[in-house]
Design a protein around this ligand. Structure first.
Ligand SMILES: [Zn+2]
Length: 143
């Protein structure tokens, strides 16, 4: 498992998983405060299955991956400045670059959320805490 962003542990966080935000009672992921254009890396072997521009999340990608403990997961990356094309990626490859797109952002950051199976934004229990997930088996590489 690789971290999606460099200096993962030292990055400043915005809204944490489950936090009440200015737009909802349960933040579905974690916000990482990084400058525009920061590369986002594939944590595991994965596939970009959806790419789009949405009013709230801005440029967004959906990344499907299998993890031993959790099974099928969909990772969403939002507010991106650049998205990479649909297709399969190896762990450590770049999936996109962070930005500040969409209405639900007040400054450059990356929103990551992770849901089991299909994304159902109304079902909070399907989502897992990205910080806990990526600490499961942290990479030994300095990433
Ligand atoms: Zn967020």
């Amino acid at each position: 498992m690789r971290y999606p962003l460099k200096n993962w542990k030292r990055l400043k966080r915005g809204y944490s998983f489950g936090a009440k935000t200015f737009y909802s009672d349960f933040h579905l992921g974690t916000d990482y405060l990084v400058p525009d254009g920061t590369p986002v890396f594939a944590p595991l072997k994965c596939e970009i299955v959806k790419v789009g521009n949405f009013p709230e999340g801005g440029n967004t990608i959906h990344v499907k991956m299998m993890e031993k403990e959790y099974g099928l997961l969909v990772m969403r990356l939002m507010h991106l400045s650049k998205v990479f094309p649909l297709g399969k990626y190896k762990a450590g490859e770049i999936l996109g670059r962070t930005g500040n797109t969409g209405s639900l952002t007040r400054g450059p950051h990356l929103h990551i959320d992770l849901s089991r199976g299909k994304v159902k934004t109304g079902v909070c229990k399907n989502f897992i805490d990205p910080d806990k997930f990526f600490s499961l088996r942290p990479s030994r590489r300095r990433n």
